[in-house]
Write a protein that binds this ligand. Sequence first.
Ligand code: ACO
Length: 324
Amino acid sequence: MAQIYSRILATGSALPERVLTNADLEKFVDTSDEWIRERTGIRQRHVAAEGETTGDLSTLAAQRALDAAGVKASELDLIILGTTTPDIIFPSTACLVQHRLGANGCAAFDVNAACSGFVYALGVADKFIRSGQSKKVLVMGAETLTRMINWEERETAVLFGDGAGAVVLEASREPGIYATCLHADGGHKELLYNPVGVSVGFKDEPNHGVRIRMSGREVFKVAVKTLDSLVEETLAAAGMQASQLDWLIPHQANLRIIEATAKRLNMSMDQVIVTVDKHANTSAGSVPLALDYAVRSGKVKRGQNLLLEAFGGGFTWASALLRY
Ligand code: ACO
């Protein structure tokens, strides 16, 4: 029997209206535009309005992807959302989005893999399609990470933003996703986490708010090293050489991490999609936001080979090599 591939039919994304620039941040955090740009590449981020949720942004991104694909929500047989900032504890935000789109009845669930959430979700969706279980799948990555920020804490306040991205996948005889690689190592929890609990109890430590804890320098080092081996593994899994790649679409956490991965692949920065300057780190939203930007701006064209990769809390790391 001929191989079944998961093919991206179309992409969509959504960003909150409010933009917070580095200059705006300077007014209430002890930081500078220069420090933020030099260390991270970030110039601004979008911040969700009060009451604007991950589900709201996901629904908008999904509708845009469905419209671009010419697919009705009722045709979907699976919905997966990568997020670490769900609207509520349950139902899953994927279920909330499913109902708002009018896709009731199909399977729907969230994947929590922090910044790797979208690429994890893509990997899972690919398995459903390859196995013949699903034909049309909506995969999203979305966050309202600024809800977890203590705006007085400069180490993290300057890094994150909100946003959502989505793709519609279809079972196809044409490639398609060639390979996905998913990994985790729970041994590094203390370097990047949010301790606010459900099962451990709802209380955060006093006076800290619901905030992210990150040892930036250590995370940076592990991320660069891990992504180096991840891209090698992904190329080998797809049976391809780095020279066959047209675009790198990386997780948008830090421009220096992105540049290190591009260098490893011998790719010029002209072949790398960069949105960290405009979106900052939107965690699971970052890769699909960058992909949608790349498609809609006409940079990425049909038939080109794309390498998607992400690294985040867990630690988790994941990649997908596909023909668009
Ligand atoms: N403004 C001004 N100064 C600052 C700021 C700020 N916003 N933040 C830190 N500093 C200071 C520090 O206090 C330190 O001062 P010192 O030298 O006097 O002690 C100095 O700047 C350098 O701090 P470092 O933390 O060593 O800076 P570094 O170059 O490592 O950059 C950063 C920090 C941007 C966080 C970087 O380490 C990074 O990007 N790490 C990886 C983040 C990441 O990829 N996370 C994974 C995904 S997130 C997720 O999964 C939710």
